[in-house]
Design a protein around this ligand. Structure first.
Ligand code: C2E
Ligand code: CA
Ligand code: CA
Length: 421
């Protein structure tokens, strides 16, 4: 059996210490990679251009041009290879270098503090390469055309014609892998541009008084899908799902809608019609939105909680509000912002922030959820640190309703109840 990756997987190493360069090359070759190394920055840039490596390993500290300068130059040349930073410097310096390179737009796969074991290097090499990443990334996460010029009238038409669709991303229980629920995420199925991500139209909807309609449509569509889903025989027959607890649906609520009593009443009446318990619905609010008008928020949120709805503080860690607000408002869940989760594997600081948020959530009796989990290592870190729920591409990308059944079948519901993760 040949486990070697296809020959297209090329690794180029730049290290001023030939011993280290050779060692990395040997380990990579044993793992089936085509690997080359050089000690010279100039030769290195020629090889980058001519040999087109998939991954580049760069030593941070080198005489002459150092690793940061090399990466700046790579960014200037819009290099798309995955980059591994190696160094004997402390973790914080490596983290800072990695952050600076990411900010330059480079694709950083990870850092490799020296001395490293062959297994550590192999792990980095077996993380998805840029090519694999882009082939598994569903088109919806990449705008179909570069920045289509979207007009307010188009969005109005989209709402009138039902072009705003809900995609669903699963959340699972960290400790046993059981399906806990889904988050509904808006997608605009544009007739000319294909699927457009919400970052490109939610703000516009907010600015032009269309967010009420959008939220209402999203709630209506996703609640009716959810009711059907919960009543489907597969779900009914698996008492193991979510340890016998009803699964939940999370809806994003805009800052501007917090005081919109009519909207919440409408959602409540949909729930009654569809026989969905308020306990099954989680309203996700961002830190800033929840805090804008503290008194009005307190009133609305308290009333929603009294009816049984769940409340989640989304993107926690990015806002400017104080913990006092978190304590003051009746949240039931806290979602660690994905910027920390996405970088947890490489950054000690991000891990510290993630862990502090989990601890804070638990000390307040809240369910803690991490979103943006893309790799197994981060998932394990979260589980070991007591995070309750997990959401991210590792588990599943957001998907249209018609793909959910398939996803469950392929992941295997049994796998979700503890075997897969
Ligand atoms: P959000 O509420 O923080 O939603 C999570 C975002 O993270 C989603 O982006 C999701 O696709 C993305 N995500 C999930 N797992 C991963 C991962 O492993 N890696 C990475 N890189 N990303 C991941 P999406 O769907 O593009 O939504 C962006 C934002 O748009 C949402 O952020 C939310 O603030 C807003 N939004 C989406 N749907 C609605 C809606 O119906 N109403 C309102 N008001 N806002 C919405
Ligand atoms: Ca959200
Ligand atoms: Ca979020």
């Amino acid at each position: 059996m040949n486990d070697a990756p296809p020959p297209a997987h090329r690794l180029l190493i730049l290290d001023d210490d030939p011993m280290i360069g050779q060692t990395i090359r040997r380990i990579a070759k044993m793992a089936g990679w085509d690997a080359e190394f050089t000690t010279e920055a100039e030769l290195f840039f020629t090889q980058v251009q001519e040999w087109c490596p998939d991954i580049i390993a760069i030593d941070l500290i080198m005489p002459g041009q150092d690793g940061v300068q090399v990466m700046t130059e790579l960014a200037r040349r819009t290099c798309t290879a995955g980059i591994i930073i190696t160094s004997g410097m402390g973790g914080r310096v490596l983290d800072a270098a990695s952050r600076s390179a990411s900010e330059h737009g480079l694709n950083i796969l990870g850092v490799l503090p020296k001395p490293f074991s062959p297994a550590q290097l192999r792990n980095l090499l077996t993380t998805e390469t840029p090519a694999e990443l882009s082939s598994t990334m569903p088109a919806v996460n990449v705008p179909q055309r570069s920045s289509p010029s979207l007009k307010v009238a188009d969005l109005q038409q989209a709402l009138d014609q039902g072009q705003i669709q809900a995609f669903y991303q699963p959340k699972i229980n960290c400790s046993n892998g059981a399906l806990s629920g889904f988050e509904a995420l808006a997608r605009w199925r544009h007739p000319a541009f294909g699927f457009i991500a919400p970052d490109q139209f939610i703000m516009q909807a907010e600015a032009h008084h269309m967010i009420e309609k959008l939220t209402e449509q999203m709630a209506k569509t996703s609640l009716s899908w959810f009711a059907q889903f919960c009543q489907s025989p597969e779900i009914q027959s698996h008492s193991g799902i979510n340890q016998g607890q009803p699964i939940k649906l999370s809806l994003n609520i805009s800052a501007l809608s917090i005081g919109d009593i009519a909207l919440f009443e409408q959602i409540e009446s949909y729930c009654q019609e569809l026989k969905i318990l308020p306990e099954q619905i989680i309203f996700e609010l961002t830190e800033t939105s929840a805090m804008e008008d503290p008194t009005a928020s307190l009133d609305t949120l308290t009333r929603l909680r009294m009816k049984g709805f769940q409340l989640s503080l989304d993107d926690f860690g990015t806002g400017f509000s104080s913990m006092l607000q978190l304590v003051r408002l009746p949240f039931t869940e806290i979602k660690v912002d994905k910027s920390f989760v996405l970088t947890a594997r490489q950054s000690q600081e991000s891990r510290t922030v993630v862990k502090s948020i989990i601890d804070l959530g638990h000390s307040l009796g809240l369910v803690t959820t991490a979103e943006g989990i893309e790799d197994q290592e981060t998932f394990i870190y979260l589980r070991e640190n007591g995070c309750d729920l997990a959401q991210g591409y590792l588990i599943a990308h957001p998907m249209p309703a018609e793909d959910v059944a398939n996803w469950i079948e392929n992941s295997g519901i049994d796998a979700l109840i503890g075997k897969k993760f």
